[in-house]
Design a protein around this ligand. Structure first.
Ligand code: GTQ
Length: 350
């Protein structure tokens, strides 16, 4: 048997103190904590945020804190295993619920973290991204990639609520997170690219063939189209095969943001989905339907607009509780970043 690694208190006190005075520390007492054998240490806990529970507090924030005092009126989903002050749903994924009331605007800025919005409720909301006005209907995905100007507004009659997903804490952890403020943008008076230049998969504007592909050609992915695409995919997938579509850059086919990945999944009536164990952490948001997820043995029962955290390497089962209606899930994961740095893995053992 290999000997256990030496601990700090096995070392002479003066040795440790003198190292500390030089800002130096021995590796071996922490080596196995930093590089656990076989599977990472996960502090992230499987957990569920119920929309019905949090929503009243978000609306209350609308009364308590005017936009001028909030800039972004957001309640952040903080994984209890990581500590509330960390504002991490998982180590890489920041998730918030943002509220904007009728007539309000959230000022324009751009920042080094990338963000997306996934719309939960309300009519008349919009986000303008680099001059492109994106209407916000329930289930729409809107990208505001790193460095892009964005402001939000609500020209409707009731509250508009969406889920924010950002790589904020990754970028903050790199000590590279900052923002610049700007004036509210004029919009270009055009329908967004999902309704003009990138109307459907497999077609791109002709000049694209002879030019460098734009980094972010499409910033709005309308839910009505994604939902219809899932409905058409469903009969083509055998039982046990996931009915799941990834949101990608229509010019390159690559993930639409550098760090975080997005996909939508239909759970057919009565379906139980058993994805492989994955090295990526994720957040799952319920677009429609009711069911349960088993995450590392913990069963969490969900309904519409609820949100779940899935740790890295977790064993996962998602069940649609209805035998008549499909359920729809929106997934955020950090697989794009993990793939880029060469650590993404899937373990078929599930
Ligand atoms: O809407 O731009 O949840 O800058 C956190 C930071 C939302 C936003 C957040 C942000 C935004």
């Amino acid at each position: 048997m290999k000997p256990r690694l030496g601990t700090l208190d096995e070392l002479p006190e003066d040795y440790v103190e003198e190292l500390s005075a030089m800002s130096v520390t021995p590796l071996w007492p922490n080596l196995h904590a930093l590089l656990p054998r076989g599977i990472p240490e996960r502090k992230t806990r499987p957990c569920l945020w119920r929309y019905g529970e949090v929503r009243p507090y978000l609306l209350r924030a609308g009364e308590l804190t005017p936009m001028e005092k909030a800039e972004r009126r957001v309640l952040v989903f903080s994984n209890p295993g990581l500590g509330l002050e960390k504002m991490m749903a998982t180590p890489s994924i920041y998730i918030g619920l943002q509220l904007i009331l009728p007539g309000e605007t959230a000022p324009c800025h751009r920042h080094t973290p990338s963000a997306v919005r996934f719309v939960i409720e309300g009519e008349g909301g919009y986000t303008t991204v680099e001059g492109e006005k994106c209407i916000m209907n329930k289930g729409d995905l809107i990208l505001t990639p790193a460095g892009t100007w964005h402001d939000h507004g609500n020209s409707g009659a009731g509250p508009v609520v969406w889920l924010d997903a950002l790589d904020l804490m990754l970028i903050y952890g790199l000590e590279a997170s900052y923002a610049i403020e700007g004036p509210i943008q004029d919009d270009n008076n055009m329908a967004d690219a999902s309704r003009t230049r990138y109307r459907r998969a497999g077609l791109v504007p002709y000049p694209s063939l002879n030019a460098p592909r734009p980094a972010y050609p499409l910033v709005r992915y309308p839910w009505n189209e994604v939902r219809a695409a899932l409905a058409d995919l469903a009969p083509a997938q055998a039982p046990g095969e996931a009915v799941q579509l990834a949101y990608v850059n229509p010019e390159t086919g690559a993930e639409c943001l550098p760090t975080l990945g997005f996909s939508a999944q239909m759970l057919r009536p009565g379906e139980e989905a058993r994805p492989p164990r994955r090295s990526a952490s994720s957040v799952v948001h319920v677009i429609e339907g009711e069911g349960q997820s088993e995450i590392d043995g913990e069963t969490l029962a969900w309904g519409e607009s609820d949100t779940l955290a899935v740790p890295t390497h977790a064993r996962v089962v998602h069940r649609n509780a209805s035998n008549d209606e499909p359920a729809y899930l929106f997934h955020v994961d950090d697989a794009p970043l993990q793939r880029k740095i060469g650590i993404y893995e899937e373990f078929p053992d599930a």
